[in-house]
Design a protein around this ligand. Structure first.
Ligand code: HEC
Length: 369
């Protein structure tokens, strides 16, 4: 008799717990039955009991912040947001499955007051608690949960969730059910790649080996992440080391897909011999040394033109022979002074006997070559 007063609530609590655990129609605001996230194969969701309104009615929404890609063992915070104007009580359930419909990763309860975790058929279902149904919260509610990605790439993972934007009447009528699913894809494998091309001419020639020639090269990071591309010009070139290939950059840092232009300058020293000089440029990914690309330029150092023939000012009229006509031309200008006088054979600024003597001393010479 003394205990009767206190034993009644304990009994009531036990009944409520029993009822909830057996999936009876009572006390679902404590947390819905497992397996109602709208996931395949049957797509079962809360509309099994919450009937009367269309599923996914346009004036509300259920949204999940799922990582677009997952990294093994990484912990992600997922926010479940449910909204519908005019509603005032809320519930949700979510699971994560792999391509075969098996459990993927692990949910953890990070907010025990508002969320709880249950398991059924080796799958996890995270859902609201009684307090987490947020009775009286108008128009929108959200829950935060934690999910740890599997320890390896298991292919795409789909998160399935169902939400109940309820009217708070403690029953199943007048509630709006929403379902959604979001995919998280496996980590993208890192792939390095490089391409190299010559912009414009691949073969240039010059007579001036010292000034040299320049080639424009385009180096591209064809990989899927930031990379540094190392560049090298072949060293064994030319003869006696007389021609060198100098690159404007020995390395370039490039975003995925980005390209940069570098210059290859081919120069020789004074003793560069005429000929063809192939120079190979190799580009190598710093991330993956097996990814390389190469191009070859060919530079021709031309034979210099023959030196101009020695001047023969004594052939005054430049007709190929030193003869009397040249003497006459000098004689005609005798005594004159100034610049560019034809008769000023020795170039001292005056036409005089010395110029006549010079012509005479070359008299009869053939100056044609
Ligand atoms: C087997 C039937 C059944 C299923 C399935 C079911 N519920 Fe319920 N739900 C009920 C009943 C009965 C009530 C009213 C009693 C209560 O509040 O516990 C209820 C009440 C609720 C309430 C409070 C409603 C209000 O207006 O006060 C929320 C929120 C809720 N359920 C969420 C869900 C969600 C989310 C799902 C699906 C993941 C779901 N329920 C699936 C039977 C169900």
């Amino acid at each position: 008799m003394i205990y009767r007063k206190s034993s009644l609530p304990i009994w009531a609590v036990l009944v409520i717990l029993f009822v909830a655990s057996t999936g009876s129609v009572f006390a679902f605001s404590f947390g819905p039955p497992e397996g109602l996230t709208g996931s395949p194969p049957n797509g079962a969701n809360c509309t099994q009991c919450h009937v009367g309104n269309t599923l996914n009615d346009a004036d509300g929404s259920l949204m999940l912040t799922i990582p677009e890609t997952y990294e093994p063992n990484e912990i992600y915070t997922i926010v479940v947001n449910l909204s519908r104007d005019g509603q005032s009580r809320w519930g949700f359930e979510m699971t994560a499955l792999d391509g075969n419909g098996a459990r993927a990763g692990s949910f953890e309860v990070s907010d025990a007051a508002n969320t709880q975790l249950k398991e059924k058929d080796s799958k996890q279902y995270i859902m609201h608690t009684s307090a987490g149904s947020a009775q009286g919260t108008e128009d929108e509610n959200q829950w935060t949960v934690e999910w740890t990605a599997p320890d390896a790439d298991i292919g795409p993972i789909t998160f399935y969730a169902a939400g109940n934007a309820a009217n708070g009447d403690g029953g199943t009528a007048g509630d709006y059910i929403y379902t959604t699913s979001e995919e998280s894809t496996p980590p993208v494998p890192v792939v390095a790649g490089v391409s190299l091309e010559i912009v414009g001419d691949t073969a240039l020639s010059t007579i001036d080996a010292v000034a040299g020639v320049s080639y424009a090269l385009k180096v591209t990071n064809t990989g899927n992440m930031m990379d540094t591309i190392m560049l090298e010009a072949s060293a064994e070139v030319g003869i006696e080391g007389s021609v060198l290939g100098a690159l404007s950059d020995r390395s370039v840092a490039l975003e995925a897909g980005a390209a940069a232009e570098v210059t290859l300058k081919v120069t020789g020293d004074l003793f560069a011999k005429p000929g063809e000089y192939p120079i190979r440029v190799t580009a190598t990914s710093k991330t993956d040394g097996t990814k390389t690309a190469e191009v070859t330029t060919t530079t021709t150092i031309e034979t210099p033109p023959p030196p101009p023939p020695p001047p023969t000012p004594w052939d005054v009229n430049d007709d190929g022979t030193v003869n009397v006509q040249d003497l006459v031309l000098v004689a005609n200008e005798l005594g004159e002074s100034g610049e560019s006088l034809k008769g000023d054979v020795n170039g001292d600024g005056t036409v005089d006997i010395r110029d006549l003597v010079l012509v005479a001393s070359h008299f009869g010479e053939d100056t044609s070559n």
